[in-house]
Design a protein around this ligand. Structure first.
Ligand code: 4FV
Length: 262
């Protein structure tokens, strides 16, 4: 199923790279991801076509106004209906949202899609959020100037999971988080690296782990799994607990973890 994203934004020009660069270009060209941009300014009225105003109660910054957003939503809903698309949920990007996870990305990748609401300024009038927003999603505990980069991030993560977008379909199955763990290290040519130090820059004198050159696929798979477990246990132990709770750790995994020095 194609995944449709209706993107409400004050800066549609920020979305050009998604359509022309990297693997997401393929997702866009194949219509695996159907992105429709809705410039909010088109739905502003009056001489100044205002989309924001000063906050009641005073304080710095501006707040995005309800009425242009309502008019924009009505246009989106009419377009969804006319195109036979379902009424898609509205996602607002905000530091107050639920952190985005690969599990949520995988759900979105199965379609049918969402309306992506890109805020600017201090944020959006709460009355619009209360009436129209189904889900708030955060990219992390920091503050951006707008929701456009979160929208691009989410669409990128969804697009790369679409059939035919990655050269090797198995690639995303080995991603970090695809099995709830962080990814293992990766190596490529040359087998033995000898890059001399230069000035303050250190050299790199290192070989590729022998097991990766062994051609023994079962041993390679085991080594990679143990690398994932070690990296995850040391950097994000809560992900180990979550995988255990889901019953996704084998006895071999548990035996390895029990002897691992953190
Ligand atoms: C954000 C984040 C974020 C806050 C005000 C947009 C900005 C402005 N979105 N994860 N962190 N949003 O900082 O998702 O409207």
């Amino acid at each position: 199923m194609a995944v449709r994203f209706d993107v409400i934004t004050l800066f549609p020009e920020l979305f050009a790279p998604f359509q022309t660069v990297g693997v997401t270009r393929r997702a866009f060209e194949s219509r695996a991801v159907d992105m429709r941009l809705w410039p909010l300014r088109d739905h502003a009225e009056g001489v100044y076509r205002r989309v924001d105003d000063r906050p009641f109660g005073g304080g710095p910054g501006m707040v995005m106004l309800v009425e242009p957003l309502v008019r924009c939503m009505r246009a989106i809903r009419a377009d969804q209906s006319a195109g036979g698309a379902p009424r898609l949920p509205v996602i607002l990007f905000s530091p107050a949202g639920k952190p985005l996870t690969q599990q949520r990305v995988q759900q979105l990748a199965e379609g049918p899609g969402a309306v992506l609401l890109c805020g600017r300024y201090e944020g959006i009038d709460q009355r619009f959020i209360d009436a129209h927003v189904d889900e708030e999603v955060s990219m992390g505990d920091y503050v951006l100037s707008g929701g456009e980069l979160p929208a691009l991030t989410l669409m990128d993560a969804v697009a790369r999971l679409q059939p035919g977008v990655l050269h090797d379909a198995a690639s995303h199955e080995q991603d970090s988080f695809s099995d709830g763990l962080l990814d293992c290290p990766h190596y490529s040519r040359p087998e033995v690296l000898s890059v001399p130090a230069q000035g303050d820059e250190p050299g790199v004198e290192a070989a590729v782990p022998d097991v990766l050159l062994s051609g023994h696929h079962a041993k390679i798979a085991r080594w990679r799994r143990e690398q994932q477990l070690a990296i995850t246990a040391r950097r994000r132990p809560e992900l180990i607990d979550a995988a255990r709770a889901r019953g996704e750790l084998s006895k071999k995994d548990e035996d390895f973890l029990s002897q691992l020095t953190l």
